[in-house]
Write a protein that binds this ligand. Structure first.
Ligand SMILES: *[C@@H]1O[C@H](CO)[C@@H](O)[C@H](O)[C@H]1NC(C)=O
Ligand SMILES: *[C@@H]1O[C@H](CO)[C@@H](O)[C@H](O)[C@H]1NC(C)=O
Length: 372
């Protein structure tokens, strides 16, 4: 019986993907799959097993206290001010890298530290704006592929503590789509692509909300935004609202080709991009509003910032369209025209680009959960 239900769900899944009208299809998904799943344990089981599944969340799954708490000695790398993050001594991080920081007692929820395992062939979607995972993130298992995470919120993961947990982790995967997800109050990364190859990933229409009571910069702006460090990663970052961070949003390195298109960066006291060795970034049609420093320090990788209509014609050969200029308001400079990596876009599925004015008017009202 259970097997039949599963096959039915899979049939709906396959048909709906070809239509891609995800907001409309969600009603159908919900009927097919929620049947009975109502606990955090069931959610963990459905996401982690080896069956293709469409899983619909229509309430908050609160993991906060499900694995108990730990009280231990950590450290205070940024001081003990009431708005400063503290650090868990994970893998002896305090001992090895923050030896001069004051030792402090830390008390955190164990559930937050490691995300829920997400296996291959899973679609996780929220119904309306009601799908919330609280206190624990999602960790796509190494080797997984064919995963959609759409229209949910991931919130409140040990916000006070570095190493308290990431919202979304991908490391060694392929074909992952994260869309219309809201992340808020996260201790470590809102999104991290680790050092293995995560191949083809699209990160679209998400709302990364960096407002936090505790931050590494002690000023309510989260530092640990988005981290792209894969060894062979093709990442489309489109239509995201990246709000109120003080750094690392994103940090790009390893061997990562990043197409950052039509995103809206709003309000940073630090930097948006950090581009290390092996980070190849094409940025077009984005909005930078109140971003004090758009790129931190020296670009060790390569960067094409789509500076003007004439220069941007070079994109046609490789991306199939003329790149769009970015828009700036009360922000730092962003101007570099490396072109030798554009060949890496050739033959790939490349996202289209609107003008930055379109992004400016549409992204804030479209990004995140509940906006489909
Ligand atoms: C699901 O859990 C909620 C409480 O969290 C409860 O009110 C509801 O009856 C449960 N539904 C089912 C189908 O078990
Ligand atoms: C870019 O292209 C070069 C040459 O084909 C290749 O070695 C490298 O892995 C590519 N990098 C990415 C991130 O696609």
């Amino acid at each position: 019986m259970k097997c039949q239900i599963l096959l039915l769900a899979l049939a709906i899944y396959v048909r709906s993907i070809s239509a891609v009208g995800v907001s409309g299809a969600a009603e159908g998904f919900a009927k097919g799959v929620t049947g009975g799943g109502n606990t955090t344990a069931e959610l963990v089981s459905y996401l982690g097993d080896s069956s293709p599944r469409v899983i619909v969340l229509s309430k908050t799954f609160d993991f906060t206290s499900t694995e108990g708490t730990t009280t231990a000695t950590g450290c205070a790398p940024w001081g003990t001010g009431s708005s400063c993050q503290l650090a868990i001594n994970q893998n002896s991080w305090c001992d090895n890298y923050q030896a001069s920081a004051a030792k402090v007692s830390v008390s955190y929820y164990n559930a937050g530290v490691l995300g829920i395992t997400v296996n291959s062939d899973k679609t996780l979607i929220g119904s309306g704006s009601s799908g919330v995972i609280k206190g624990k993130g999602l960790r796509i298992v190494s080797g997984a592929s064919n995963i959609i995470i759409q229209n949910i919120a991931i919130t409140d993961i040990n916000e006070k503590y570095v190493w308290g947990g990431d919202a979304l982790t991908i490391n060694n995967a392929d074909m992952v789509w994260i869309d219309h997800v809201t992340t808020a109050r996260i201790g470590r990364q809102h999104l991290v692509l680790g050092t293995d190859a995560s191949k083809r990933v699209t990160i679209s229409n998400n709302y990364f909300n960096g407002v936090s009571s505790y931050s590494a910069t002690c000023n309510s702006y989260a530092y640990w935004g988005i981290y792209f460090a894969g060894s062979s990663d093709l990442i489309t970052l489109k239509g995201n609202y990246i709000y109120h961070f003080s750094g690392r949003s994103p940090k790009v390195q390893g061997n990562t080709l990043l197409h950052a298109v039509n995103n809206y960066w709003y309000d940073s006291t630090g930097h948006a991009f950090e581009i290390g060795s092996g980070g190849y970034v094409l940025a077009e049609g984005n909005v930078f509003q109140n971003i004090a420093t758009i790129v931190d320090g020296t670009v060790e990788g390569q960067l094409f910032t789509s500076p003007d209509a004439t220069t941007n014609k070079v994109c046609s050969t490789y991306l199939g369209h003329v790149c769009q200029v970015n828009g700036f308001g009360s922000s730092g400079s962003f101007s570099q025209s490396d072109t030798s990596f554009l060949v890496n876009f050739s033959g790939k599925n490349v996202a289209s680009a609107d003008t930055y004015s379109v992004a400016k008017s549409s992204v804030p009202s479209n990004a995140g959960v509940g906006k489909l």
